[in-house]
Write a protein that binds this ligand. Structure first.
Ligand code: DGJ
Length: 766
């Protein structure tokens, strides 16, 4: 259980092998002390001492305090020279401030930027008090953990900082998740003054890491190539990934990691933080001239400003921080446990996910009851358990130019509504699910004609359309209420057990015609989305909600708090998918990562890959199909059925086991510009595996993009097994020593042909 040591001069939180230390300097500065492997005790003894009076331009500092600080952090820059002087001094800007303001001492990138009513920027946050509270109170209306493990033991460290001039009171919350090395942080700002002020930046979390000899890893991409791993050394100055399009975006995921240059899948120190938020975000690092790296995550301050009247508060979304001394493998294991055990809606945490067959790449908009029933019948033969009626089912929807907002079945296609189709699909043995895009409206729709004022817009400006659609003003509670009624009716109208919630465009003209504070519209939009999602998932607890945003555009820890699975990408080509899924597993566990077998030639890249490779790429993740099975030959259908059977046999292992990325081992960055997979070490090989919690069984998958001439194959090293045991390769009936597998690995024979895949099922011998 988490341990909190609170002193006058700081705090030490230790849990799950990790420590996080805060200190308070005599001037009242709250400083970051440490974030890393668990410490027996943190030396906070001398951190608080009244020193000097003035703090500008440099601070006098007590020698003992300096020495204590140095033990935690290393000597303060400038203080070495100062040591020879009668009173050493330091500049507050050089301090590793835990939640820096700006303009009244600290000048590096702030965690909070306030514009006072008179237009000036000067904030100095001073420590006021810290306390432990029972439980884990979260930010208002934002994604948060529910029923966390050891919830009775969950406690929160709250630290209050004040800026006396503006009356801004910031309360920082720290929640170590019991038993899991993840720390949740968020902040609330309260105006305790007499005048309104504007918050122009407000991070969820900020901390400084000493030494900038680190690599920065980010997940970047675009439509159909989401979450490609990008790795580069930190450089002086500011580096950041951000989104400005109203979503957490396909371009820059709300996630970063910093690691030692030697860190790979198995070794090395890695720190990461990820916002639990699906709107505009920034994740950034500023490296100062003394080599200190300030790491932050929060709502993107770009085009954001929140006016806080006296007595009002503003909550940031939460950020999930984690540290691993075992490289990126350990890092992902931390996030996976957090998502599985604390973040996903409790009802879906340890529950089998159905094998879906989705109509999109089978028929696109041209869906009819007869086709769907046919697809369900053929789907049943290959092991599908749920049919998803994707886009194209609602009133007048024959292409993407009309009808979003009119969520009743198209009378031409479904004259008797969805009930009979759902029943017929049920007759074929499959459950029935449906696609919706609640946040959008087509100009050519009854909804828009009735409520043209319900879209995001800026007075006097024409609204920009994208995919022929406009964005509903989710910041307007009236709109949210209306949608709750519409979708409650829809979900009650037929036996619908699954919903795919899509969101297909970026925002523009971000104004809310009927509500106040235009500087927070994009944020309040997200609050509206979370409110609708929260209410619908509560009203229909047995309906499985899958998130989607034009592929994987809002695949983040915020959405995972409501939707226990997510459509990863509109890219369904196996080779491209291997890269996308690998990147996504950095923070998301496999059972949340939607992965479907689709037809060849692939609809996005035209590549032809073998059925087995397509199947093995998808199996183990949130597995399903997305193709017109009537067009598939009998041999491939047999392969698909075999893959489904493999999935069902090992579904619990995929969902509960520990996931390992085995190849490439170095977490190398890949080209993000070209969208072409950079040949990874060993000629385009990639491998991953699942090891059961008790290590009694494991499945390993390996893929090779291109065949090599006169090649002798290669090896995939496999770790995470029980090294005191021997395993049997079930398919080939061969014994394997796990130490041999860790050091040498499975031999991948030279492949005859491109895009080959193979797998090994290992059982521990008794
Ligand atoms: C984008 C999604 O990612 C696709 O899977 C599909 O649902 C289309 N939208 C439908 O318009």
């Amino acid at each position: 259980m988490p341990r909190f040591e609170l002193g006058e001069n700081g705090a030490h939180i230790s849990w799950a092998g990790t420590s996080y230390v805060l200190g308070v300097l005599g001037q009242g500065h709250l400083v970051h002390g440490y974030f890393g492997p668990e410490l027996a005790r943190a030396d906070l003894t001398h951190l608080v001492r009244p020193v000097g009076v003035s703090y500008l331009p440099s601070l006098p500092i007590d020698r003992e305090e300096l020495a204590a600080f140095a033990r935690l952090w290393g000597p303060l820059p400038g203080s070495v020279a100062g040591a020879a002087m009668p009173r050493p001094v330091y500049s507050p800007d050089l301090l590793p401030l835990e939640f820096p303001g700006f303009g009244a001492g600290p000048l590096r990138i702030p965690a909070c930027l306030i514009r006072a009513e008179d237009g000036t920027f000067a904030t100095r946050f001073v420590f006021r008090e810290q306390r432990l509270v029972d439980g884990a109170p979260g930010p208002e209306g934002l994604p948060w953990v529910r029923e966390i493990p050891g919830a009775v033991a969950a406690r929160t460290l709250q630290v209050d900082l004040v800026d006396e001039c503006t009356g801004a009171l910031v309360t920082l919350s720290y929640v170590p998740v019991p038993g899991i090395p993840v720390l949740l942080r968020w902040a609330r700002i309260t105006n305790t003054g007499t005048k309104a002020f504007q918050v122009e930046q407000m991070c969820s979390a900020s901390f400084d890491l000493p030494g900038a000899e680190l690599d920065l890893v980010t997940l970047n991409g675009s439509w159909a190539r989401e979450r490609t791993i990008h790795r580069r050394p930190l450089a002086p100055g500011l580096q950041q990934v951000e989104s400005r399009d109203g979503s957490s975006s396909r371009e820059h995921s709300p996630w970063i990691a910093l690691c030692e240059p030697r860190a790979g899948e198995r070794d090395g120190n890695v720190w990461s933080l990820s916002l639990m938020y699906s709107g505009n975000h920034v994740h950034r690092v500023e490296v100062d001239p003394h080599g200190s790296a300030r790491v932050q995550a929060g709502i993107n301050p770009f085009a954001f400003a929140a006016t806080i009247a006296p007595g009002d508060t503003f909550d940031t979304p939460a950020a999930a921080l984690t540290f691993s001394a075992d490289g990126f493998g350990g890092l992902s294991a931390n996030y996976h446990r957090f998502v599985r055990e604390a973040l996903l809606p409790p009802r879906w945490r340890d529950r089998d996910r159905p094998v879906v067959i989705n109509s999109w790449e089978a028929y696109y908009f041209d869906v009819t009851p007869a086709k769907l029933v046919d697809l369900a019948r053929l789907g049943a033969e290959v092991g599908a358990e749920l049919l998803v009626l994707d886009d194209g089912w609602f009133k007048g929807r024959h292409d993407d130019t009309t009808s979003l907002g009119d969520w009743t079945p198209d009378p031409g296609k479904f004259p008797e509504g969805l009930g009979p189709v759902a029943d017929a699909v049920g007759g074929a043995g499959l459950a029935f699910g449906i696609w919706i895009e609640p946040e959008m409206v087509s100009p050519d729709s009854d909804l828009y004609r009735a409520h043209p004022d319900w879209v995001l817009s800026v007075p006097g400006r024409p609204s920009t359309q994208a995919r022929n659609q406009l964005v509903l003003d989710m910041a307007n509670p009236e709109v949210v209420e209306y949608l709750f009624g519409v979708f409650s009716d829809l979900l009650s109208s037929a036996n619908i057990t699954y919903v795919k919630w899509d969101m297909n465009r970026k925002m523009s003209e971000v104004g809310s015609p009927s509500t106040g504070d235009q500087g927070t519209v994009a944020h309040r939009y997200m609050l509206g989305v979370y409110s609708l999602l929260g209410r619908l998932t509560e009203r229909f607890p047995e309906v499985l909600f899958e998130g989607c945003a034009g592929g994987g555009g809002r695949f983040d820890l915020g959405m995972l708090a409501y939707t226990p699975q997510y459509w990863t990408s509109d890219q369904t080509d196996a080779v491209e998918r291997q890269r996308i899924q690998r990147g996504t597993t950095l923070f998301a566990p496999p059972e949340t990562i939607g992965a479907h077998v689709s037809a060849v030639p692939n609809h996005q890249v035209g590549r032809v890959t073998p059925a087995l490779t397509r199947g093995l790429t998808a199996v183990g993740f949130n597995f399903g199909f997305e193709l017109d099975l009537a067009g598939e030959n009998a041999e491939d259908r047999k392969v698909y059925a075999g893959i489904s059977a493999l999935y069902k046999r090992h579904r619990a292992l995929f969902r509960r086991g520990r996931f390992y990325r085995y190849l490439p081992e170095d977490v190398a960055g890949e080209s993000v510009a070209a969208g072409v997979p950079r040949p990874v070490a060993g000629g385009g090989r990639c491998a991953w595996g699942f090891v059961a919690p008790d290590k009694g069984s494991a499945l390993v998958f390996a893929f090779q993009a291109v065949a090599g001439a006169n090649s002798d194959g290669g090896f995939v090293r496999v770790w995470g097994l029980d090294e005191s045991a021997v395993y049997r390769d079930v398919e080939r009936d061969m014994p394997f020593d796990p130490v041999f597998l860790r050091e040498r690995g499975f031999w991948i024979p030279p492949s005859a042909g491109d895009y080959q895949a193979r797998y090994w099922i290992l059982e521990r011998e008794e």
